[in-house]
Design a protein around this ligand. Structure first.
Ligand code: AHR
Length: 371
């Protein structure tokens, strides 16, 4: 396979680079000893440090931003995995939600001649040119979290992340079953969708899952507006929606931070958040579920459904790098298994494409599993 072949070449190039660095540092140390006559003990320590550094695997990580709790957890997972103690040097660049910044970061990593590039892309399209540059430089690129839509799949080594459309299918299967069990007619569901960053895989999959269910069940989808995966935008969007529509009874948020913003807006407008939608509640549904702060909203029924989106990709990317280091070929696409959390046990499990997924009801004990 092409990636494998390029990688072998790349590994020998890296070995050559390391040998050069080692030879140069030995020459410098030798001349310093001769000129300064300094103690060999101190020199020995310097030599060890330099040798450890040349053995390290250098990973350049282009993170897309810091828009959500999920993103912070994801960055932390990378930082705590790619440590010097584990044999890595991690270079991180924050793209601040701008693809142009991420492209600049990748070019910088190429100039720095890193061993691997890890890219968490803000949106799917527009990566062909820069990934071709990385390929030409023989640097393997691992895509993490969201996906890239490129003409040539060989432009990246592999991808690891969530099945965002499956997350949405579980959420909509749950809503369908919830309404049925509570005796709510499908046409009585008046839904607004606060979307994520438009063009991001997480937005595309979660929006598609909702739209497909709307078409299948005949739900009333009042509006779809972008919320950019942030609390501030989620609140702003919800404020505008509440002014425009009086009959909203379900808010389908594409992440938890948007949900927190939407809850603020709903409560400030004097409305009640909860799952008793036949008696005036507005039900909030969401995705991520990365920490206690959000998961406690499930206990209170302020959020009624959370589709897990797992951010702990550091160890998964490390496994991929270890496979590549061993000359093996990782799976092109690796999907992470994820759970479903709810406020109550109205729906014990959901079925999607013939597969049954159990539903975890949030309790005080379950909440302790989250930090
Ligand atoms: O791509 C993953 C999504 O990005 C998470 O659901 C969201 O919180 C983050 O901003």
């Amino acid at each position: 396979m092409e990636i494998g072949e390029g990688h072998i070449w790349f590994k020998s190039r890296r070995s050559a680079r390391r040998i050069c660095a080692w030879v140069m540092s030995m020459c410098l140390l030798l001349s310093a000893t001769l000129l300064a006559g300094c103690g060999t003990k101190e020199l020995g320590t310097q030599e060890e440090t330099q040798s450890q550094e040349t053995q390290q695997i250098v990973v350049g990580f282009s993170q897309l931003g810091a828009e959500s709790d999920w993103r912070s957890a994801n960055t932390e997972s990378m930082k705590s995995t790619f440590t010097a103690a584990n044999g890595y040097k991690l270079l991180i660049e924050d793209g601040q939600q701008q693809q142009a910044n991420q492209i600049m970061a990748i070019r910088k990593f190429i100039q720095q001649d890193v061993d691997y590039i890890v890219l968490a892309p803000v949106t799917e399209t527009g990566w062909d040119t820069v990934l071709q540059e990385a390929k030409d430089a023989q640097i393997p690129v691992i895509i993490v979290d969201r996906q890239v839509a490129v003409e040539d799949p060989e432009l990246f080594c592999c991808w690891v992340g969530s099945d965002f459309e499956l997350e949405a299918k579980k959420a909509t299967a749950w809503l369908h079953q919830f309404a049925y069990t509570k005796g709510i007619d499908e046409s009585q569901l008046h839904i607004v969708n606060i979307q994520g960053t438009i063009g991001a895989s997480a937005q595309i999959g979660r929006t598609k899952g909702l739209q497909d269910a709307v078409a299948a069940y005949g739900w009333d989808l009042l509006a779809q507006v972008p919320g950019e995966f942030t609390q501030a935008k989620g609140k702003e969007a919800m404020e505008a929606l509440l002014e425009q529509y009086e009959n909203i009874n379900v808010v389908y948020c594409e992440n938890d931070n948007e949900a927190l913003g939407a809850i603020e807006a709903i409560e400030e407008a004097g409305r009640h958040v909860g799952s008793d939608i036949l008696h005036g509640d507005i039900m909030v549904m969401s995705f991520d579920g990365v920490n206690q702060n959000v998961m406690q909203y499930l206990l209170k029924d302020k959020i009624s459904f959370v589709g897990e989106c797992n951010p702990h990709h550091g160890p998964r990317v490390q496994n991929i790098i270890q496979l590549l280091e061993a000359g093996k070929t990782p799976e092109k696409y690796s999907y992470v298994e994820e759970r479903v959390y709810t406020h109550d046990a109205t729906v014990p499990s959901v079925e999607v494409d013939g597969v049954n997924y159990s539903v975890t009801v949030m309790t005080k004990e379950t909440l302790q599993e989250f930090k």
